[in-house]
Design a protein. Sequence first.
Length: 325
Amino acid sequence: MKAVVIREPGGPEVLEIQEVAIPDPGPKQVRVKVAVSGVNRADLLQRLGRYPAPPGYPEEIPGLEFAGAVDAVGRGVTTVAPGDQVMGILGGGGYAEYALSPSDTLVPIPDGMPSDKAGAIPEVFMTAFDAAFLQEGLRAGETLLVHAVGSGVGTAAVQLARRAGASVIGTSRTLEKLDRASRLGLENGVLADDSWPKRVLELTGGRGADVILDLVGGPYFEGNQRVIATKGRHIVVGVPGGSDSTVNLGRLMGKRASIRGTVLRARPLPEKAGLSQAFVEDVLPGFISGELEPVIDKIFPAAEADEAHRYMEENRNFGKILLEW
């Protein structure tokens, strides 16, 4: 099969298409004929040599999500059969014509949904759902603050929060992305300049945000402490802006607030399986009803994975970047 391989740690130019062996599914595994692979910032870090794949996944083939058709099943798999249309998350190996996935983490693609739309769902919608709802308990009537609202996770979070009856404030460094996010249901867009904390407090009448979904990291940390509401919950999902910051413990104590960090890729399989099941029950119906819509920015041929990485590194995307096989 063809796969996108990291030749050596480095820039986008180290990605190249190579012929590699088609993997055989082991017990409780499924081999999927991949139609599209999602591109995520973790792939960029893996390419740079800063985020190795978890044990059991190929070190040289990135890719955390896919959509396609079941091609073969391993011993003990009873939930899917060859030909079933599925999508899902992986620890790696998704940039390939065939990928192995644990059967327990597969999500069925709704009838009639094209593979490209399905490929834009798993990583971003599952991350946003897990962080904002399963971990931080976002409820109807609360305010969610989403940093980098034009990212894949950001666009997913806006839709999920709107569907749940929460209000959303989103930040971005460009007015264009704020405008596009408003069409997804973002009530209040805030330009991410030096005055964004003041603007968030104005929009909430000084109360602040109940839940902060932080997809930026260090540079926004001090501002997040200023705008978190009493008993608010701040969850750090990504740190492309940097991981270093200073915590004002007195402010945290006074607001009785909490700060949590999360990752999805390295979690134990039972946790991923539980998330997938909750996602099927609580979120997948939203795509069937039309309440939720995957947001695709651009689809690259798999042979142009290097260009897809450059595009993401330049922060040009609004929503998902995909590779097509």
